[in-house]
Write a protein that binds this ligand. Structure first.
Ligand code: FES
Length: 159
């Protein structure tokens, strides 16, 4: 954790630690500000809330949306649910595994792209679907996926 991150965590602790039920809002605030929850912040949080480190780590690991690693520059959430599977989503998953050298979830070696499987994006009628940096892409073909990934490499953004 950098000195700047520690200062940020300490500031957020001052405004959340005394509030009833303040732990989850504090964790969200830290992640919102830093992009993730640095493991080195856990002892500070545990001390401020008079909890053990294991208790804080248990809360963090319980919720899927808390992250303990710095985020990738871009996030791709690929739908792996049934409608998308039936409409070519598994081929997209295989394409991502090949092109990123990742299993179905993780961050590319260069830190550029984080891949997260999700189970329905609410776009089943337009399957297969994925979300790239918060933007939904539907009826995704292998060519379209290739173009999206190429756009990231070119620094042009998702679309
Ligand atoms: S199953 Fe993929 S968007 Fe619903």
């Amino acid at each position: 954790m950098t000195p700047e991150q520690q200062t940020a965590v300490e500031g957020l602790l001052r405004s959340h630690a005394a509030a009833p039920g303040g732990l989850l809002p504090l964790l969200h605030a830290v992640q919102d500000q830093l992009g993730y929850l640095p493991p080195a912040a856990v002892p500070l949080i545990a001390s401020a809330f008079n909890r053990t480190r294991a208790e804080i780590e248990g809360v963090i690991s319980f919720y899927h949306d808390f992250h303990t690693e710095p985020p990738a520059r871009h996030t791709l959430r690929l739908c792996r649910a049934e409608a998308c599977q039936c409409m070519g989503g598994e081929a997209l998953a295989a394409q991502l595994r090949d092109s990123l050298g990742l299993p179905d979830e993780g961050v590319s070696a260069d830190g550029e792209l984080g891949l997260i499987p999700v189970y329905c994006l609410g776009a089943c009628a337009c399957a297969p679907a994925l979300e790239l940096d918060g933007r939904l892409h539907a009826r995704v073909t292998p060519d379209k996926l290739r173009q999206l990934l190429q756009g990231l490499k070119g620094g042009e953004g998702a679309c």
